[in-house]
Design a protein around this ligand. Structure first.
Ligand code: ASP
Length: 411
């Protein structure tokens, strides 16, 4: 019998084939349009399917996870560990981003685009302020939250329903069974959609390489390099360390198992769309199913280490373009605002660039400057989403171990 290639191998082959085809088409006149018109739509279909299942996946798996924990105290314990992991790793990400950006800037490696500042145009969407962001986490209409795929609101709904079904005891039995049954069904659907991932990776990769090759070769290459060095160092240092020290998983095994989700995030540039794939990977790494069902949806909405690195690098670069060297105080402000901005960033394509406005405003730079890097945002976004998703998976295996240790010390 012929052995079927495993999903990570299929995804890897799709990635390499996509790059090769993209490179070939980059040099063929009209090749970029061919990828846009005939290949990208297949990637779009795949992403649409993921988006279509992501709300039921988050809602049902989170309620099911809460019900399986069967104890609000355990939910609280998982919750604070998760949030602590997210905050600490994001703050470290900011420091790494700032360090690399300062080294590049100090060594004069950033391109001088000060001449183009006047022509930079970018219309940021209105930012409603911190308190209204908090208020908006709480849905006023459940269906609107679902139809607009507002993941933070969906998480709040799942928490409330999970807690209430538990509180209803025997009378909530039917609701509990319905959730468990639908959760099984959506898991089957998810497995089918994920099996199509190589098609999504192949078509998106060839499109990006064929259409953005010129941008990669352009003047922003060194800024991109700076951000990618930050992403890689963060992954190698922080995630290897936490996988090994906290979860007892060798870094090689961690990255090998997380690979499908990382590649999928890299090509789709959406943490939310990558969620079904991350769930599979966390499963492979033996993360507790209930814990992963809690950590991953939350992480895909609030845990964005890659976005934080990008925002720090972009801020230092744009400040340098305006001939401003950041003081230590301003750098601390960048760490704080980039941490908050990354939390507020939605897990969708390009959202991190929108939230960059908040960091620029904090240090008094005009948000218009974003116009200088907007053309290559997708290239920044690929790496930062890949890192964001890896961080969520790392957190789920660490929290699994911490919770298991707590139980074994109690026994
Ligand atoms: N695309 C990123 C994500 O989904 C968010 C961002 O734009 O930084 O994780």
């Amino acid at each position: 019998m012929k052995k079927k290639l495993s999903l990570p191998v299929q995804i890897f082959i799709a990635l390499v084939a996509g790059i090769i085809l993209g490179l070939l088409l980059y040099f063929v006149p009209g090749g970029d349009n061919f990828t846009k018109d005939y290949l990208k739509p297949f990637g779009d279909i795949f992403v649409n399917l993921l988006k279509f299942i992501v709300v039921p996946v988050v809602l049902l798996s989170m309620i099911d996870g809460i019900l399986s924990m069967d104890d609000m105290k355990k939910v609280g314990s998982v919750g604070w560990k998760t949030v602590a992991y997210f905050l600490v790793t994001t703050a470290i990400a900011c420091v790494i981003g700032l360090a690399f950006a300062s080294i590049f800037n100090g060594a004069g490696l950033f391109p001088d685009l000060s001449g183009e500042l006047g022509s930079a145009t970018y219309e940021p969407p209105a930012y409603e302020g911190f308190m209204s962001t908090i208020v908006n986490i709480f849905p006023s209409n459940m269906w609107t939250a679902f139809s607009s795929a507002n993941m933070l609101q969906v998480i709040v709904i799942a928490l409330f329903f999970g807690g209430s079904i538990m509180a209803a005891g025997e009378k909530g039995r039917l609701a509990r069974d319905i959730v468990t049954s639908f959760n099984e069904v959506i898991n089957k659907l998810m497995a089918f959609v994920i099996s199509l991932a190589p098609i999504g990776v192949f078509t998106y990769m060839s499109w990006v390489v064929a259409t953005q090759g010129a941008e990669i070769l352009g003047s922003l290459a060194l800024v991109l390099l700076c951000a990618y060095l930050g992403y890689i160092v963060h992954a190698v240092v922080v995630y290897s360390f936490s996988a090994k020290v906290f979860a007892g998983i060798s870094p090689a095994r961690f990255f090998a198992k997380a690979f499908p989700a990382m590649m999928f995030a890299f090509t789709s540039t959406s943490s939310a769309a990558s969620l079904p794939v991350s769930k599979e990977c966390a499963d492979e790494l033996e993360a507790d199913k209930d814990i992963a069902a809690f950590v991953l949806p939350l992480g895909s909405t609030v845990n964005m280490d890659g976005t934080a690195i990008y925002q720090c690098v972009a801020t230092v670069f744009l400040a340098a373009c305006a001939n401003i060297q950041l003081t230590l105080g301003q750098m601390v402000l960048v760490v704080v605002t980039a941490t908050l901005a990354s939390i507020g960033t939605a897990g969708v394509s390009g959202a991190g660039m929108v939230m960059l406005a908040m960091v620029l405003e904090a240090i008094g730079l005009p948000v218009d400057y974003i116009g200088l890097i907007v053309a290559v945002d997708r290239l920044f976004d690929m790496g930062r989403t890949c890192l964001n998703v890896t961080g969520d998976i790392a957190c789920s295996v660490c929290v699994t171990k911490w919770e298991a240790r707590k139980v074994s010390t109690r026994n």
